[in-house]
Design a binder for this molecule. Structure first.
Ligand code: G6P
Length: 452
């Protein structure tokens, strides 16, 4: 088996004396897939994202932290164009419906050049996989960065069975039409060249099929397999001394007040702005919550090479400052806002939550909703957007939040804060059961079955 993804399970840094040190990589995809591959003889092919990674790539296959990893170094400028401009600024926006259509996008020559680079990066990945994959291997290609692999792999190594899995939603036909026609066509024919295309929900698979019907007049094979959370892994993190220390720090900030929590990357699809606007509305319309509740937001920067993300972070921080200025009293800071990318602290926030807000505009799955259900022991109420893929798995245990309706979200928070203890307990128990229903190995078995 070979897993192929842009971000790999290892990242490297260089010590003062020039020694390369491997660290386990971060991010949802790695935390989901890592435990499945660790300790097996499966190979993982991934991009070298930093200079130290590029040096490590020169060594060929690296064995570290229980993984066998082949890092692939492509020309840094071609990589930037493929990763920032095509993957994050274009495909991500189309799949999540994030453009402000009267203004953006305004595609120019940069996208043409970047599309060329994207093809080049996909070709380089296909070469690397073709070189290292054992005969007849199943190749599990992850996400929108590598949508064209199926085509090149079929040419180079027809013995391999390549399956593509999207961890994102898939564009609706209307959103796909935003792309230049040839790019939309290549995205779809690239995916259709795999044996099967997997998604976290039936809805995302159906959106993909609707696009494929419209553009290719084809119905590629699809399968649905939501990524499970590794419950042991997250419970281990929750029981660690680092997590206890972080929890103590949070307790010192919030005391015995109620906590509304969120844990997210600072990412446009996560809907941070409307989350904080809803809290402002809650404090405005329900004065009884003033000084009695704290919004603990553990949100950390992501994809800082893309201007839209930096602008979004600025806007979020200005809003947080305004809400805090408006309502703070001596001894009470309404929003405790923390941008450290610190996993034990994020888990501590999930442990301390009384209400967990997960209100994305559109989200492939959302593991935080499941992790929260697993580690929290205060019967936290999950306030969840239907637009998160995880809704299909755990929605019945949650209070629904309408992601575009600020007043409606404030009402949902109020309902969650007021919920009777017995109902909280029943929902929390159901959430835990649903969040742990599938094991990581089930997801892997689905990929291998799709590879045939
Ligand atoms: C999230 C998405 C994945 C995506 C990943 C990439 O976890 O759900 O679909 O692969 O982000 O993030 P990165 O930080 O590597 O750009």
């Amino acid at each position: 088996m070979v897993v192929v993804s842009n971000r790999g399970p290892l990242s490297f840094r260089e010590d003062a004396d020039g020694t390369l040190v491997a660290r386990r990589g971060a991010g949802g995809l790695v935390s989901g897939l890592g435990p499945l591959l660790a300790g097996t003889d499966g190979l993982w092919v991934a991009a070298a994202m930093s200079d130290a990674d590029r040096k490590a790539a020169a060594a060929g296959v690296v064995d570290a932290e229980d993984f066998h990893v082949r890092l692939l170094a492509v020309d840094p400028e071609a990589y930037r164009l493929a990763y920032d401009v095509v993957s994050n600024q274009t495909l991500w926006f189309v799949h999540h419906g994030l453009y402000d259509l009267p203004r953006t996008p305004a595609f120019g020559l940069e996208l043409r050049e970047a599309w060329h680079a994207y093809r080049q990066v996909n070709e380089a990945f296909a070469d690397a996989v073709a070189e290292v994959a054992p005969a007849g291997a199943a190749v599990l290609v992850q996400d929108y960065h590598l949508g064209l692999l199926g085509v090149s792999l079929a040419e180079r190594r027809p013995d391999l069975a390549a399956v593509h899995f999207s961890h994102t939603p898939f564009a609706t036909p209307t959103w796909l039409r935003v792309l230049p026609e040839h790019i939309a066509g290549e995205v779809l024919s690239g995916l259709a060249a795999h044996r099967a295309c997997g998604f976290h929900t039936r809805g995302w698979a159906d959106d993909f099929l609707a696009c494929a019907r419209e553009v290719l007049a084809l119905a590629p094979t699809t399968f649905v397999s939501p990524l499970p959370t590794d419950a042991d892994d997250v419970l281990r993190a929750a029981a660690s001394p680092a997590c206890d220390a972080a929890l103590a720090e949070i307790e010192a900030d919030v005391g015995d007040r109620r906590v509304i929590a969120r844990v997210d990357r600072i990412e446009l699809s996560k809907n941070l702005l409307r989350g904080f606007l809803s809290f402002d509305d809650l404090l405005d319309r329900r004065p009884e919550w003033r000084e009695r509740v704290v919004f603990v937001a553990s949100v950390y920067p992501s994809r800082t090479g893309v201007a839209a993300y930096l602008d979004y972070q600025d806007e979020v921080e200005q809003l947080v400052a305004r809400v805090n200025e408006r309502w703070a009293t001596p001894g009470w800071t309404p929003i405790v806002y923390d941008t450290r990318d610190d996993y034990p602290r994020s888990v501590a926030v999930l442990r301390r939550a009384d209400v967990l807000l997960v209100n994305p505009i559109r989200d492939g799955l959302n593991l935080v909703a499941k992790e929260g259900g697993i580690v929290n022991q205060r019967d936290a109420v999950l306030c969840l957007s239907r637009e998160a893929g995880v809704w299909d798995e755990v929605g019945e245990a949650a209070v629904q939040v309408p992601p575009f309706d600020v007043a409606g979200t404030a009402d949902a928070l109020d309902l969650a804060l007021r919920m009777a203890p017995e109902e909280r307990r029943a929902r929390a128990e159901l959430l835990r059961t649903l969040a742990m229903a599938r094991k990581p190995a089930d997801w892997l078995a689905d990929q291998l079955a799709a590879a045939g």
